[in-house]
Design a protein around this ligand. Sequence first.
Ligand code: PGA
Length: 250
Amino acid sequence: MVDVSVHDSADQAAHDAAIAIRDHVLTCVDHKQPCRLGLATGGTPLPVYRDLVRWVRSDRLRFDDVTTFNLDEYVGLAPDHPQSYHEYMRQNLFDEAGIRGCNAFLPIGSVVDPNQEARRYESLVVDAGGPTMQLLGIGRNGHIGFNEPGSPLDSITRVVDLADDTIAANSRYFQDISEVPRQAITMGIGTILRSHSIIVLATGLAKADAVARAIQDPVDASHPASALQLHSRVRWILDREAASLLHSDQ
Ligand code: PGA
C-alpha cells in the first residue's frame, strides 16, 4: 500500500512535509542519532523551507547537528552564481536557519572536471551513510533530482544532459532560456534510493500525470520516479490537483 497524503492546498501539503522534516530532526536529536537531510530545490519546496525557517526563528527547531546533502547542481555555475542551487539554498534555508556551510553539501558545478566532482560527491553521500530523510520533488516528465527519463534505475551521481522539458521549466529562473545550463551533476536514482526514508512533495495540476505514473504504472526507467516503488519508506505528500489522476484506491 502506497503512503499517500492528499491536502486541500499546496501550502497545506508543504506544511505537512515541513512537519515531517521537523519531527525527523527532533527525533534524531532526542535519540542522539545522526540526522542527514537530503534536500531539493525548485519552486515546490519553497514553502517547506519557509516553515522550517519560521520554526528556527521561534526557537522550535535547530539544525546544529544536522548535515544536509542536496540532490544536484548545474554544471558551469559557480556556488555564488545567483541561479546556482548553492545560492538558492543559502537564500531560502541555510542562512536563515543557521545551517553552516561546513555541514551543508552540494555538488560543485564550476569545477574543471565535473565527472570527477560527481564521483567525489557520490562518495561523500555514500560514505556518510546516505540521507536519513530525503525531500524530493518530481518533474513534469517524471524526473527525480535531474535523473531524466531513461536514467538507469541503479544510476549513481553523475553528469547528465537536461531534457528539453526541464530546460523549458527552469528557464523561468533565468533572463533567457539560452542561459539555462544544459548539464547538471545529480545524485543518481540508486543514490536517492539509499536514503533511509523519502518524502515526495508534489503540487499543482502540471504534476498530476507524473505522480499517477510514478505510483500506478510499472517501474520503468522511462519514468524515473516510478523507481520509488522499489523503496519501502516513501511518503507522497500531494495537493488535490497533483493527486487528481490517482485511482481512488490509492
Ligand atoms: P519544481 O521542480 O518544484 O520547480 O516544480 C521539481 C522538480 O523538477 O523536481
